[in-house]
Each structure stands twice: as C-alpha cells, then as structure tokens.
Design a protein around this ligand. Sequence first.
Ligand SMILES: N[C@@H](CCC(=O)N[C@@H](CS)C(=O)NCC(=O)O)C(=O)O
Length: 210
Amino acid sequence: MLTLYYAPGACSLAAHIVLEESGETYEAKKVDLAGGEQRTEAYLKINPLGRVPALRLDNGEPLTENTAILPFLGKRFDLWPKDGLGEAKALSLIGFFAASVHPAHAHVGRPERYTADTTAFPGIKEAGLKTFHLYLKQIDAMLAGREWFADRYSVLDPYGFVFYAWGVRRELPMAELKNYTAHKDRLLKRPGVARVVEDEKIKAWTITPS
Ligand SMILES: N[C@@H](CCC(=O)N[C@@H](CS)C(=O)NCC(=O)O)C(=O)O
C-alpha cells in the first residue's frame, strides 16, 4: 500500500488528490509542519530533506520530490502521457512548477532561506510575490482554449491547482486569470478533489459563479 506524507495546503496536495481519485487504498499521514515534525529524527528517515510530500512505496522505500512522485503516480493510475513528446512536455511543465513557480512562492513565505538579514525580508517577499504572480499569469496563458494542461486530465492538473490556491492565499487577483480560474472550477467539480479540499480544510476555494 502507498503512504503519502502530506501537510494541509502544501504542495503535497497534488499527490493527495491523485491518490484520492485513484480509488486505490492508500494511507495519508499528516505532517505537522508548523510544529516542526518534518525535522524530527523519525520524519528525516522518510525524507532527509525534511519536506512534504514523501511517498512510502509498496516495498517500504520512500520516494520524494513532486517531480518524481507525480510521474510515478501518473504512470500507475494512467494519468501520464504515453507518447514521447507528450511525456517531454509533461516533464517540462512539472519542472517549471517545481523549479520556478514553487521557489518564487517560497520567497514570500520563507525569506529566511534567502538571507540572514531580516531588514531585507520585505524586499525579498515583495519580489517573490511579483515573480510568483507573473508565473501564474503565464500558467493562465498556457490554459487558453484548453480544458487541461495536457491533451487529457493528468497529474499536471492537480499540481497546477496547488499554485492557484497559493495565489488565493496570497490575495492575488486570481479571478482576473480567467483560464486558470475555469481550470480550478473544473477541478473542484471532481468529487475526489472536493473530498481532499474538505480534508485539508482549505476554505478559500469556492467554485466561481458563472
Ligand atoms: N522540491 C520539493 C519541495 C517540497 C517543499 O518545499 N515542501 C514544503 C511544503 S510545500 C515543505 O515541506 N516545507 C516544510 C519546510 O520547509 O520546513 C518538491 O517539489 O517536492
């Protein structure tokens, strides 16, 4: 059985949705990030980097990083492109999400990772938010005329959903991003997504009245 280590509202939400929608029995273990559980000896055995998500595989081995976990789950649950170019495009988007969009947001929430000079925090946060917003606009453009990021629903969609939620949390004008908002609404209509949103107690997301 697969076990997902996750934290409510964190980037682990993507894998949580994929597992919930899969219909396969899995265990979801909540990690208390605010309480520092990710830095305990027990958790560091699962992910030495002290982050969520982490996935314990059927053989007990841990797998970390969204860039690995999501393709792994996508292949297991037929939510991953089968052709070479489709896969390359999916990896390109996962790379953009993990290496650009997520770190831009980290500058807002974790400025201490980028400088020890606390007087520089406001500038780092402001620049991070600006860059994060710019990326969200780019994601919105990618979704123009499309229902999902790939040719059909895939693990890319719950991953993209994470950053929409973070935009809401940071009070960015998300409703202006029409394609991205419609994508978020499509996701929220999926029963498995609604269950996870409820489980993670994410209140900021409601379906946009059309
Ligand atoms: N590159 C990692 C990033 C994981 C990550 O930063 N997770 C955050 C939550 S979104 C976390 O665990 N933060 C806890 C901490 O930094 O102490 C991935 O994409 O899987």
